[in-house]
Design a protein around this ligand. Sequence first.
Ligand code: CP
Length: 303
Amino acid sequence: MRSLIDIIDLTVEEIDELIATANDIIANPDKYAEKCKRKKLATLFFEPSTRTRLSFEAAMLELGGSVLGFSAANNSSAAKGESVSDTVRTVGCYADIIAMRHPKEGAPMIASMRSPVPIINAGDGGHNHPTQTLADLLTIQREKGRFDHLTVGLCGDLKFGRTVHSLIHALSRYEGVQFVMISPDELKVPEYIIQELEKEGIPYTETRSLEEAMPTLDILYMTRVQRERFFNEADYIRLKDSYILTPDKLETAKKELSILHPLPRVNEISVAVDDDPRACYFKQVMNGKYIRMALILKLLEVA
Ligand code: CP
């Protein structure tokens, strides 16, 4: 039985297989309409979500399965003090696979050690978000046709932004990828990730200037400043509008730039950018459903 806790739980070959399956689902949806008949997915969300929870549910429904779950900790017995381990042992009696989001880093990993069914990490605190990374990778593959030899700009809250951490781990495995990390000093990529990049010899630069980085980028991955991870509201207010992408800032960008954002956005991308053909963030949302369909099939070992 396989769970997905960290993006590097999947080999590069397995990611290629998931992307091939997702592309086949996009081309031939009817072929998959009953693949998960009589299977159940539980979504256990101890933190808010729109895309991840609903795309998992849409994915299972489009595979012919059913869904159950809760969308907030206070709608579950966690509010009475039940542990994550007991919760998944219980839900594993009712469902074949569980997608879990939790504010505590490592909670889905602990859950996977006690769960009788596969656990999918749907975001754990400021740590990882592997299925968002799968959506990002499917988007990059469909837009760029490759993962190698790309200059990837990561902009915004690189400290608490779990999607950034998982994406760095995923893309570090491809030749010729270099990262340009654009953030205020207070929101830089955590030191443990920098040390991993140094150890592997992956090229990266850190800057505070989006304008300076813009002309060099093949991908610009914008992120929201993660208000819910701040200890101090004043710091959030001071940092929240550090970067606001507007059409004029894109004037120096490559014609083939792809602009990604895991969403939700607050202020960091002006709605005026949405009509730019380089804006890919709503394609990412759609791709998230297809790649989660592929992942459910893989973890349930459905041929
Ligand atoms: N990208 C993402 O995780 O969005 P939600 O918080 O809406 O699930």
